[in-house]
Write a protein that binds this ligand. Structure first.
Ligand code: NDP
Ligand code: MG
Ligand code: MG
Length: 336
């Protein structure tokens, strides 16, 4: 597949993509289809190794992939990156090469202190990996934000933009940021609104209807299934477009009841979430949780999976098989 962008800066570069999960797979495939030279770095024997090989990539252990690479994209889970950096990247990355992240967490919170003789850049697609791939395949892209943390080559900005072009972001929109802004806004978005806020809102709405004696199946449609229609309208044209499509009755209810549910006190608590992100409390807690073997993470995840809305939803979705037809596999889809 040919790309509609050119990449003079990376044209002769070797790019090592470490990780072949949500973002890693999408980036590796898009960069290759943009005509760039990609090697995938993975643990031998891990589930991704065979997949990347089967999809035609040159695959090597992380240290071997890093050696000789002009740009190293770190696309493993965030909590794995500090040890991966120490063991495989720091001893092997070429002076003047670029180290690229898709999320600024480890650099911003001091978990990785990159060597002084390399460029350190960020290209963060504002969408899950499966979408980064799907949009690219149909000739579009997912908007990306980019940043430079360290520029030793004098070309760090050009490398970030060329990489963003290579994964398709340049076909959509590129916005300049810095590691602090990307890290803090990304964490806030996923915690307060996208993942945390939205799922808690849906669960509370479901519980309210079921506890009042309504059928769980109908509650599921009202508070979860139909959310897609609303979010699609947000995506296309903002809240204004949603208001154009719903009834006058729904609009009036929106105006008078929305602020009763999400009120000034909710916003105060959102500010608390943001403060915990900004002052490092969230990062400290998450790193400690990971190091302790994820006891709370596992318990809280199980509670979500055991919520009654999941049982009802599974039964209903089994009767709507068309919903799964175009859905990417779960492993390739998570939004992080
Ligand atoms: P994933 O959880 O999907 O990454 C899994 C991949 O990492 C697998 O290929 C896995 O290989 C590999 N991996 C795990 N441990 C190691 C290791 N020690 N050495 C080498 N490879 C390893 O990650 P995401 O794509 O979700 O996230 C990657 C980065 O992108 C993160 O910084 C994240 O914050 C950021 N990001 C993610 C988004 C998303 O949509 N998910 C959105 C924007 C940014 P194996 O199969 O062998 O275990
Ligand atoms: Mg994000
Ligand atoms: Mg994130």
């Amino acid at each position: 597949m040919s790309s509609n962008t050119s990449h003079p800066t990376l044209a002769d570069a070797r790019i090592a993509v470490l990780g072949y999960g949500s973002q890693g797979r999408a980036h590796a495939l898009n960069l290759r289809d943009s005509g760039l030279d990609v090697i995938v770095g993975l643990r031998k024997g891990g589930p991704s190794w065979e997949r990347a090989k089967a999809e035609g990539f040159n695959v090597a252990e992380p240290g071997d992939a890093v050696r000789g690479a002009d740009l190293v994209a770190v696309l493993t889970p965030d909590m794995v990156q500090p040890s991966l950096y120490r063991e495989s990247i720091e001893p092997n990355i070429k002076p003047g090469a670029a180290l690229l992240f898709a999320h600024g967490f480890n650099v911003h919170f001091g978990q990785i202190a990159p060597r002084a003789d390399i460029d350190v850049i960020l290209v963060a697609p504002k969408g899950p990996g499966a979408l980064v791939r799907r949009e690219y395949e149909i000739g579009r892209g997912v908007p990306c934000i980019w940043a430079v943390h360290q520029d030793v080559s004098g070309e760090a900005e050009a490398k970030a933009k060329a990489y963003a072009d290579g994964i398709g972001g340049g076909r959509a929109l590129l916005i300049k940021t810095d590691f602090k802004e990307e890290t803090e806004t990304d964490l806030f978005g996923e915690q307060a609104v996208l993942c945390g806020g939205a799922s808690a809102l849906v669960q509370a709405g479901f519980e309210t209807l079921v506890e009042a004696g309504y059928q769980p199946e109908i509650a599921y449609y009202e508070v979860l299934h139909e959310l897609k229609l609303i979010v699609d309208l947000f995506y296309e044209g903002g809240i204004a477009r949603m208001l154009e499509f719903v009834s006058e009755t729904a609009q009036y209810g929106d105006y008078v009841s929305g602020p009763r549910v999400v009120d000034a006190a909710t916003k105060e608590r959102m500010k608390g979430v943001l403060t915990d992100i900004q002052d490092g409390t969230f990062a400290r807690n998450w790193i400690a949780e990971y190091q302790a073997g994820l006891p709370n993470y596992k318990r809280l995840k199980q509670a979500d999976l055991d919520h009654p809305i999941e049982q009802v939803g599974a039964k209903l979705r089994a009767r709507m098989p068309w919903l799964q037809a175009n859905a990417p596999k779960a492993a390739a889809e998570p939004l992080k």
